[in-house]
Design a binder for this molecule. Structure first.
Ligand code: PMP
Length: 355
């Protein structure tokens, strides 16, 4: 068995992989593959409707929101958000807390003005900027809830006087938060929610239709919402895997249960990073992510040696992003505590070897 610490596409529950594999051969005992049936069949329509209901239930959303499953990954959402919410000449506020946040605000500049309220770029995004003021005259305030590359996370969301928009690609369904405080939430599926190829967008309906711009169909939230994510052929298989994964989250006890396990997993790993003299964390302790744990060693040669050592112990996906170096252990919902315990034990074995 491999211990998969990859940052994304990331680990999925074994149960989900088995069910998805079965559906590729024989979906709902129909004698057909899920890959070869129309998205307009009752069987598939019930998949989309169950996926939407699960999102609503797991995030405790009220009826003010439209739930859509869209093509184009989270990166398309970077553009779709301002396309739909930011009129020409208007301003949107962004928190620049990492590479993905900065890519999001770059796209917004195609549609209007961007006010970067704070940035930690100068410190290689090693902390979450705080103490900023959210401008009341901006159309929305965009934050990235978890910075996948740098291993930082917003543990508390700001009280925002304007609609709060969040990219939650790498921590959605991993912890409890009040989703009804948001104007819009989006996430690429391939970390905590399923396979690559689909993004979830949860949009407060009253925010739509407020600007003059003409929006091409595939970029128009209203159109996707009105058509129940079936305006065109949706990413059928990716939506199916997302639905299975959400079912699994519910079976585990929902987001609160996931949060409890995730906190325990993160605490175990950070404790070893702080104890083991060979390793050190890369970001501000109060902002440490409970999804992507970044750490380094003093010696680059030794880092390579540790990666090889870990690989021999069936640990995969541990190499850090090139902009941080070292290691990144992505510990998404589907990664069990036993994989964390295994990594900790491998770190301890390496320490003994180096004595
Ligand atoms: N936002 C965050 C926080 C991410 O981690 C990623 C992917 N790693 C993206 C956006 C981009 O997602 P996609 O590849 O689906 O466009």
């Amino acid at each position: 068995m491999k211990h998969n610490f990859g940052a994304g596409p990331g680990i999925l529950p074994q149960q989900v992989l088995k069910q998805a594999a079965e559906a590729v051969l024989n979906f709902n005992n129909s004698g057909l593959s899920i890959l070869e049936i129309s998205h307009r069949t009752a069987d598939f329509e019930s998949v989309v409707s169950e996926a939407c209901s699960l999102v609503k239930e797991l995030l405790n959303l009220n009826d003010d929101y439209a739930i859509t499953f869209l093509h184009g990954g989270a990166s398309t959402q970077f553009a779709m958000v301002p396309y739909n919410l930011l009129g020409e000449g208007e301003t949107a506020a962004y928190l620049d807390s990492g590479t993905w946040a900065s890519k999001a605000l770059k796209e917004a500049k195609f549609f209007g003005n961007v006010n970067v309220v704070a940035s930690s770029k100068e410190a290689n995004y090693s902390y979450i900027p705080k103490g900023y003021t959210i401008p009341t005259d901006a159309k929305y305030f965009h934050v990235t809830s978890n910075n996948t590359i740098y291993g930082t996370q917003l543990h508390e969301f700001p009280e925002s006087p304007i609609p709060l928009v969040s990219d939650m690609s790498s921590d959605i369904f991993s912890r409890v938060f009040d989703a009804n405080k948001f104007g819009l939430i989006y996430a690429g599926a391939q970390k905590n929610m399923g396979a690559a190829g689909v993004a979830l967008a949860v949009v407060r309906k009253d925010l739509l239709g407020k600007i003059d711009r003409k929006i091409p169909s595939m970029f128009n939230y209203q159109l996707h919402a009105d058509n129940g994510s079936m305006y065109n052929t949706p990413p059928v298989f990716a939506i199916y895997v997302a639905m299975l994964t959400l079912r699994w989250v519910k079976e585990q006890g929902g987001v609160a249960a996931m949060e409890k396990i995730n906190n325990q997993k993160a605490a175990t790993l950070y404790a070893e990073i702080d104890r083991n003299p060979l390793f050190k964390g890369t970001c501000a302790v109060e902002d440490r992510s409970r999804m992507n744990v970044c750490f380094v060693m003093d010696n680059a040669e030794e880092e390579k040696e540790f990666l090889d050592f870990a690989k021999k112990a069936d640990i995969v996906g541990l190499k850090g992003h090139r902009s941080v170096g070292g290691f990144r252990a992505s510990i998404y919902n589907a990664l069990p505590q036993s994989s964390i315990d295994h990594l900790v034990s491998v770190m301890q074995q390496f320490e003994q070897l180096k004595k």
